[in-house]
Design a binder for this molecule. Structure first.
Ligand SMILES: N[C@@H](CCC(=O)N[C@@H](CS)C(=O)NCC(=O)O)C(=O)O
Length: 229
């Protein structure tokens, strides 16, 4: 008899780096234990028990009862994407999808490095220069890439992939930042279409309206005194 593997995701009780793996589970309709730990408890006792001292981690109990623990959000999402058929159908599709996933990771960490531990989001000059150096080229490249796939609401092919889910979740918090207004149907029609396509997925819709979803982390929210472009 084949027993379905069981999954437990452990992260803090926020979106942060935990929300894309959660959305992948939700979209795939695969049950998982959505565990959380408080920051202080993680520092005191949790940190020493996870592979690289950081979260998220994914604990997998395999069909044969063997338990493994995966760290690094990118490795976790790629693994789940392969398991649940969300990385296309050919090695080339998979590589394209993973390159887009990495793009969103770079986008996120670029934003974190610039704005999470500073108050640069209050400073018009800083916000404008990051817009010119980072946000505008990102938009240009992604609009072009999406147009090449037929402007159909997907990065690759015609099915939701981990790239589309990463885009959806990244936009969910980018809308709260000084750059939120730059992403709209006129200026970024293809990126917005990916967001709309994932948002319209019945499983994602159910999750978003369920009340089970946590809140964004501080840098993912609209903050008092934030520059508006
Ligand atoms: N590259 C890692 C980064 C993980 C990471 O920095 N996690 C933070 C939370 S977002 C963490 O666990 N910090 C706790 C600590 O450093 O003690 C990933 O993508 O999983």
């Amino acid at each position: 008899m084949t027993v379905t593997p069981t999954y437990e995701l452990l992260y803090f009780q926020i979106w942060g780096l935990g929300e894309i793996p959660r959305l992948v589970f939700e979209h795939a309709g695969v049950p998982f234990k959505n565990s959380t730990i408080a920051w202080d408890e993680f520092q005191q006792t949790g940190k020493a028990q996870v592979p690289f001292g950081k979260l998220p981690i994914l604990k997998i109990t395999q069909d044969d009862g063997k338990e493994i623990t995966l760290a690094q959000s990118g490795a976790i999402v790629r693994y789940l994407g392969k398991k649940f058929g969300l990385v296309g159908t050919t090695p080339e599709d998979q590589a394209f999808i993973e390159s887009i996933y990495d793009e969103y990771t770079d986008f996120t960490f670029g934003y974190i490095n610039k704005f999470a531990r500073t108050e640069h989001w209050k400073d018009l000059k800083e916000v404008q220069s990051y817009r010119d150096i980072s946000i505008l080229p990102f938009i240009k490249n992604h609009e072009r890439f999406l147009a090449a796939n037929g402007s159909n609401g997907h990065y690759v092919g015609d099915k939701i992939s981990i790239a589309d889910i990463a885009a959806y979740q990244t936009l969910n918090w980018v809308f709260n930042t000084p750059y939120g207004t730059m992403f709209n149907k006129n200026d970024t029609p293809n990126i917005i279409k990916v967001h709309e396509t994932v948002a319209a997925d019945p499983k994602i819709k159910e999750y978003v309206s369920s009340g089970r979803r946590f809140q964004p982390f501080a840098w993912q929210t609209k903050r008092e005194g934030q520059v508006e472009l």
